[in-house]
Ligand binder design. Structure first.
Ligand SMILES: NC(=O)c1ccc[n+]([C@@H]2O[C@H](COP(=O)([O-])OP(=O)(O)OC[C@H]3O[C@@H](n4cnc5c(N)ncnc54)[C@H](O)[C@@H]3O)[C@@H](O)[C@H]2O)c1
Length: 360
């Protein structure tokens, strides 16, 4: 799939051929592959065996999970690049889920003021969303994606074959961002998704392709996120606050799971502000709960949750700003919401939506 963005996004079982061609066409001095221990185990040999130049690559292995988006991990990547003499003509290959593409993209975009990188996503969430768009965020001071850069990868190579080893919970997790893309951009796509139950062997290339195409189109229109691109944050204002809250707990929510809760609450907000009908709200909530359990937000956690929520990058001058739906398949990037409306939405979520109880 080319042309949807200013750089190549390829969905193919032969990504290594495409990657080899990109490498041949450029004059890179050295190669580094950033992965985590799971993608090292399940995906690295397939990539390296069939892409000759990468046999020379140094491999930088991260711990799996959100903790690898911390500044000390990025510093270790910079340190390794420095020790191995990486110069401005280095290519970094991010082989992994959204954590690897965020951390690797951030390290690449800051090392020597930026070196080239490509993303080879291996999780559903990274294939359908995180690997595309050039946002490279890391967590700081307990806040999700608080520090980051916007720098586009040279290319994105998607091989859905990597999904074969992805655990079921992570497959479902990735589906949240696909649902979001449909809700904000494509009503017909949302109807198609509304009966999809995600199984461990999910591997629907057409669904992944549509999600990537929609995201690339939004990014192309507003790459620097001046305004329009903020629609991609639907579900994320609440979702990121929850994710930050749960980072400190023993069983943290995955990104997509937090976004599922965020979408449910922000769908209710869209209804409260008369932007969608009750029927549409019910349809959306029922679609989310088909694949996601929606936990109650503990009353005791609410003060901290609101503190995190106020850190959202969309808010301006103390006013809370949300990306909210405007009918099915459409979204506005900056809608003011009062604290009272938000409290009403949280309270409605806890009493009528959470625990996966379908609402009538
Ligand atoms: N930059 C963006 O635009 C953007 C968009 C959405 C989400 N994100 C970020 O993405 C992150 C979440 O991404 P994620 O859900 O991919 O998490 P992840 O990178 O932690 O991957 C999920 C788990 O699956 C494992 N894994 C990945 N591929 C595998 C494979 N093929 N086989 C077996 N195991 C595999 C990983 O090791 C990890 O344990 C969050 O930090 C979120 O903030 C970024």
């Amino acid at each position: 799939m080319t042309g949807a963005s200013s750089y190549n996004i390829k969905i193919s079982a032969k990504i290594t051929t495409d990657l080899s061609s990109l490498i041949k066409a450029s004059k890179y001095s050295s190669f580094f592959i950033i992965c985590d221990s799971n993608t090292l185990k399940y995906c690295l040999s397939e990539l390296v065996m069939s892409c000759k130049p990468l046999k020379e690559a140094e491999v930088i292995e991260l711990e799996p999970g959100e903790d690898s988006k911390e500044l000390n991990v990025i510093a270790n990547i910079w340190q390794t690049l420095t020790e191995f003499g990486a110069d401005k003509s280095t290519l970094i290959v991010n082989l992994g889920g959204g954590v690897v593409s965020d951390a690797g993209g951030f390290a690449a975009s800051t090392y020597k003021r930026g070196v080239d990188f490509v993303n080879v996503p291996t999780s559903l969430l990274a294939m359908a969303d995180a690997s595309v768009g050039g946002k490279n965020g890391i967590n700081f001071s307990g806040l999700k994606n608080h520090i980051g850069t916007i720098l586009q990868p040279k290319a994105v190579f998607i091989n859905t074959g990597f999904l074969n080893t992805l655990p079921h919970r992570h497959v479902t997790n990735g589906f949240a961002e696909i649902l979001k893309m449909a809700l904000i951009c494509d009503k017909k796509f949302f109807s198609k998704l509304s009966s999809v139950v995600i199984t461990a062997d999910f591997n629907d290339k057409s669904i992944i392709e549509q999600s990537v195409k929609l995201k690339a189109a939004v990014v192309k229109k507003d790459p620097a996120e001046k305004k329009f691109r903020k629609i991609l944050n639907f579900g994320h204002t609440v979702g990121h606050a929850l994710e930050s809250l749960y980072l400190t707990k023993t069983n943290p929510l995955l990104h997509g799971e937090a976004i599922a809760v965020g979408m449910a609450i922000e769908t209710y907000l869209s209804f409260l502000l008369k932007r969608i009908t009750k029927k549409e709200m019910v349809q959306i909530i029922n679609t989310i709960t088909l694949n996601f359990d929606l936990p109650i937000i503990d009353e005791n956690d609410l003060p901290v949750f609101y503190l995190y929520l106020k850190q959202d990058k969309k808010h301006r001058g103390g006013a809370l700003m949300f990306a909210l739906l405007k009918g099915m398949g459409k979204c506005d990037p900056e809608v003011p919401v009062t604290i009272t409306q938000l409290e009403k939405a949280i309270s409605y979520y806890n009493s009528d939506i959470s625990n996966a109880a379908p609402i009538q």
